[in-house]
Design a protein. Structure first.
Ligand SMILES: [Zn+2]
Length: 151
C-alpha cells in the first residue's frame, strides 16, 4: 500500500522514517561498536558470551544482561558483551548464561549489582550523551578493525 493511501497515518509514518537519529540512537550505535570491538580478537572475531559460537564482530550484537530499556545500565560496559544474533534474538539474551559470564569476568556478585543498578531511575543530560558519543567514537575509530570493516 502506498503511504498516501494511509492518509494521516501515512504522514505520521513518513515523519518517523525520515526522523534524524537522536542522541540515544547515535550513542547506541557507537557503544555497540565499542563493545563488539572490545570483545574481538585481532582478526575481528568474537566468541558469543553465552554460547561460545565464533562470529565476526560485524555480524553479532551488543548483548545486554539487564535489558536495554533500563537506562541506568544501558551504557554500562560490564552489562554488555558481544553476543551472537541467535542468542540475543531467539533465546532472549540467554540471561542465566550471561549472568555466569559477567560474574566470571568481573567477579562474583557483579551481575546481581547490575540488576540493582538497572532498577534505579536514571536520565542523562544532552551534554552527557554528547560526551559519551565522543568518547566511544574515538575509541572505535582508533581501532584498525573498524577501518578494515569499512573497506
Ligand atoms: Zn550465542
Amino acid at each position: 500500500m502506498s503511504l498516501d493511501k494511509l492518509g494521516g497515518k501515512g504522514e505520521e509514518l513518513k515523519a518517523v522514517w525520515n526522523k534524524e537519529p537522536d542522541n540515544e540512537e547515535i550513542l547506541d550505535r557507537w557503544f555497540s561498536r565499542f563493545v563488539r570491538l572490545r570483545d574481538s580478537d585481532e582478526n575481528g572475531f568474537i566468541k558469543c558470551c553465552t554460547c561460545g559460537r565464533q562470529k565476526h564482530w560485524k555480524d553479532c550484537h551488543n548483548g545486554h544482561y539487564v535489558k536495554r530499556g533500563h537506562q541506568a545500565t544501558r551504557y554500562d560496559e560490564k552489562d554488555c558483551a558481544a553476543m551472537c544474533v541467535y542468542c540475543n534474538m531467539k533465546r532472549n539474551g540467554e540471561e542465566q548464561a550471561h549472568r555466569l559470564y559477567i560474574n566470571h569476568k568481573y567477579g562474583e556478585g557483579t551481575a546481581e549489582l547490575l540488576k540493582l543498578k538497572g532498577k534505579a531511575p536514571f536520565k542523562m543530560l544532552p551534554e552527557e550523551y554528547e560526551e559519551k558519543i565522543k568518547h566511544y567514537k574515538e575509541i572505535v575509530k582508533s581501532n584498525p578493525l573498524y577501518e578494515d570493516a569499512k573497506k
